[in-house]
Structures are given as structure tokens and as C-alpha cells.
Design a protein around this ligand. Structure first.
Ligand code: FAD
Ligand code: UDP
Length: 378
């Protein structure tokens, strides 16, 4: 690339946030866009690829697409066909494998009961729930709904392992992601759209970014090109505290270590994910073939070991962190020409579809502002 070449936008990060905004800017607004990512690939944490044995794996842990937003689903459908897939998870508790989210089957198996209606299960939960005035923490949410025994069996150990914090130290939204059900629905999600990109996430990202106005530089930190390649505005999707040289201190992100393995057997476990709330050092084991539908004589699995240090994967939903983020957000708002979007840059525990929605909204905003400016000039 010649140094003289200039771009309308520099997009930092080729994950969902960066790729959606880059795609819209190029295709809809005919802007020249440079996308840089410090990793060797596009797709961010949703990146998937075939391993040495030819099995399609998710490098950064299991990514299951689900959304209630028709807008998001229609948008992504321009770049991929889908494989219908409903996610199911079992938890290893008291020597048994039982459905999580907790449902009627879970309760009957764990307590040797034969509850047969929603009302009976609701009454069971209510008999054990410890009423809390306001569910402010991740402990309150669970204990207030199903009581302490189920909380300890399914949530306390898992959460302490995953976050290095007790549920009482985390905002309610963390464990509220996993409901307790009275019926026998054993799906992890109940969203309207639940599917996996037919040929994988990376193939979808390749199609999104395949446009003559988009150039991609992999293995490139945005600081590597600062002052070398001219651009008008930046879209930043990395950690916001890093952008500002941690001037207010480090904003904590939780990390994971992924231990991938290939096993010489066609199937390792009967569902895609098995959670380990109280045993093991890892939180969950994923077998990718369930997600991808791939037929292969071998199978690939991944163990997730939570870590304090390492790549930033999860913003930490608790007051101290949100307050520190708010300081960075003020700085971001006062930084002209840079737009912050995505899970790391807006410090939100967002799923993929929420990041897509947030990115489409940012694009609408940029386009609206630009259109207004241009109409004032003309
Ligand atoms: P990222 O995917 O993190 O992309 C940011 C990119 O920016 C990265 O590639 C990074 O290398 C690059 N970058 C950062 N700083 C710089 C810099 N200075 N210069 C150059 N490049 C930089 N969501 C779901 O909907 N369903 C799931 O099942 C699901 N499972 C998940 C499982 C795990 C283990 C994790 C960690 C997340 C999961 N998610 C899931 C969430 C999903 O990964 C995110 O919502 C989504 O990937 C966020 O996209 P993003 O573009 O905001 O960030
Ligand atoms: N969680 C738990 N036990 C489980 C599953 C989830 O305690 O078996 C809690 C835990 O704190 C976890 C949070 O609920 O971090 C959200 O779970 P989810 O499966 O949505 O996590 P993610 O897929 O984002 O890692």
C-alpha cells in the first residue's frame, strides 16, 4: 500500500463492531475504509477456522447466534446462509448431568420429584426463594427466585470461577442472563432467531468485508500506522482504557484461556456444552460438531479456564467498573473524530447481535450527521 493513499475512515478492530460499520460505510456511503486488526485474522472473538484435522472450531470459545431483532438477522443474512440450531446445555451437578437453565426436568432429577405442571414448579421455587427487596446483585437474582440450594448448586461456584468474584459482588444482569423455568424447555435461548452461519463466522466476515472500498491490514495495531496513513475519522472497537493510555487507571476485563483438543472419537458428549459449576478448574466444555453440524470421524472440544490476565474478553458488570468506564466515556465524548463502538470500547456485556445493533445505530448516526452537514453546506 502506498503511503500517499488516504482513507475516509480508519476502523480499528475487525470483529462484529468494526466489520459492520466498515461494511455500511463502504457499501452504503461509498466511503474509503481501512480496517486494521492486531490479530492475524478478521472476525474478532467470533473467528472460526478449520484445525489441523479439518474440524471447524471457534478459536475463542463457543459462539452461538441468537436474536429477537429481525433487523439484525436480515442484515447478517445478506452475508451468510444459516444452519438452524437451538443450543442446549447440561450442568454437571451432584453427579448428574441436568438441564441448565434450571427447568422442571432439572428439579425432578435433582430432588427425586415428579412435578408435572408449571404451577407445581413455581410453587417449589416460591417455597425456597428468599425474598429480596430489590435484586441488585447476581446473588439476589437467583436466591430471590429459586433459593439458596439451587443457587449454590448452579451459580455460586460457576460465577466465582468465571469472574473471580462472588455473585454478591456482580450486577444482577450477569446471572439474570440465565433464567429459571417452570416448563420442560431445555433450550439455552428462547430468541425468535437461533441459527449458526452455514459456512461459519469467518466466511460471513469475509463476505461483509469484500468490497473494493475496504482494505484490511491484519497483524496491525492502530498505533503502528499512526501518522503514516491519513484518514478523516476513526471507528475504535478495542478496549477504551487502552485508547486513552489508561489515564484514569486500568479498566478490568476478565480473560479466559482456551484449551483446544481433538479426540479420536466421533462424539464426546451428547450436547454442545457441559457446564461445571462446582467441580473442575474449567467452567465449561464445548464440542463444536454440535454447533457446526460437521460430520467427521474425530471431534474437537475446548475447555475454558477463567483468567485475570490475558486478552480482554468480558467487561466486568459491577459498580466500580461502570463508574470508571463512565469517566472514560466522558473523555470519549470529548474526542472529536473518533467513534467508540462494540463490547470492549463501550464496556458492555453484549452478545453478538447486540453489537451488530449498536453498530448499525452508530452508522445511522454518522450518516445522519454527515447528511445534515452536507445539506447545510449546499
Ligand atoms: P471483538 O470481537 O473483541 O473485536 C475487537 C477486535 O479489535 C479484536 O479482533 C481485536 O484484536 C481488535 N483490536 C483491539 N484493539 C486494537 C488495536 N489497538 N489495534 C488493532 N486492533 C485492535 N455472543 C453471542 O451472541 N453468543 C455467544 O454464544 C457468545 N459466546 C461468547 C463466548 C466467549 C468465550 C466470549 C468471550 C464472547 C462470547 N460472545 C457471544 C460475545 C461476542 O464475542 C461479542 O459480542 C462480539 O464478538 C463482540 O464484537 P466486538 O467487535 O465488539 O469485539
Ligand atoms: N452462570 C452460572 N452457572 C451456569 C451458567 C451461567 O453461574 O451454569 C452465570 C455465570 O456468572 C455466567 C453468567 O451466568 O458468567 C452468564 O452465563 P452465560 O452462559 O450467558 O455466559 P457467557 O456465555 O457469556 O460466558
Amino acid at each position: 500500500m502506498s503511503e500517499a493513499k488516504s482513507f475516509d475512515y480508519l476502523v480499528v478492530g475487525a470483529g462484529f463492531a468494526g466489520s459492520v460499520v466498515a461494511e455500511r460505510l463502504a457499501r452504503v456511503s461509498n466511503k474509503r475504509v481501512l480496517v486494521v486488526d492486531r490479530r492475524s485474522h478478521i472476525g474478532g472473538n467470533a473467528y472460526d477456522h478449520h484445525n489441523d484435522d479439518g474440524l471447524l472450531i471457534h478459536e475463542y470459545g463457543p459462539h452461538i447466534f441468537h436474536t429477537n431483532s429481525q433487523r439484525v438477522f436480515d442484515y447478517l443474512s445478506q452475508f451468510t446462509k444459516w444452519r438452524p440450531y437451538e443450543h442446549r446445555v447440561l450442568a454437571s451437578v451432584d453427579g448428574m448431568l441436568v438441564p441448565i437453565p434450571i427447568n422442571r426436568t432439572t428439579i425432578n432429577a435433582l430432588y427425586g420429584l415428579e412435578l408435572s405442571s408449571d404451577d407445581e414448579v413455581e410453587a417449589f421455587y416460591q417455597s425456597r426463594a428468599e425474598p429480596v427487596e430489590r435484586s441488585t446483585t447476581s446473588e439476589d437474582v437467583v436466591v430471590g427466585r429459586v433459593g439458596r440450594d439451587l443457587y449454590e448448586k448452579f451459580f455460586r461456584g460457576y460465577t466465582r470461577k468465571q469472574w473471580g468474584l462472588d455473585p454478591s459482588e456482580l450486577d444482577a444482569q450477569v446471572t439474570a442472563r440465565v433464567p429459571a423455568r417452570t416448563n420442560t424447555d431445555d433450550r439455552y435461548f428462547t430468541d425468535t432467531y437461533q441459527a449458526m452461519p452455514l459456512h461459519g463466522y469467518t466466511a460471513m466476515f469475509e463476505r461483509m468485508l469484500d468490497h473494493p472500498n475496504i482494505e484490511i491490514m491484519r497483524n496491525t495495531d492502530h498505533r503502528d500506522i499512526e501518522g503514516l496513513i491519513p484518514y478523516d475519522e476513526m471507528i475504535f472497537t478495542g478496549p477504551i482504557d487502552e485508547f486513552f493510555d489508561h489515564c484514569y487507571g486500568t479498566l478490568p476485563y476478565r480473560s479466559l484461556e482456551f484449551a483446544h483438543e481433538t479426540l479420536d472419537t466421533p462424539e464426546h458428549q451428547r450436547v454442545a456444552v457441559i457446564n461445571h459449576p462446582n467441580d473442575k478448574l474449567y467452567t465449561r466444555v464445548t464440542e463444536f460438531k454440535h454447533l457446526t453440524g460437521q460430520v467427521h470421524p474425530k471431534t474437537a472440544i475446548v475447555y475454558e479456564y477463567p483468567r485475570a490476565e490475558g486478552d480482554p474478553y468480558y467487561p466486568i458488570p459491577r459498580r466500580e467498573c461502570t463508574e470508571l468506564y463512565a469517566e472514560y466515556k466522558l473523555l470519549a465524548d470529548a474526542t472529536p473524530g473518533v467513534h467508540f463502538v462494540g463490547r470492549l470500547a463501550t464496556y458492555r456485556y453484549y452478545n453478538m447481535d447486540q453489537v451488530v445493533a449498536q453498530s448499525l445505530t452508530l452508522f445511522d448516526k454518522i450518516r445522519g450527521v454527515k447528511a445534515e452537514r452536507e445539506s447545510r453546506v449546499s
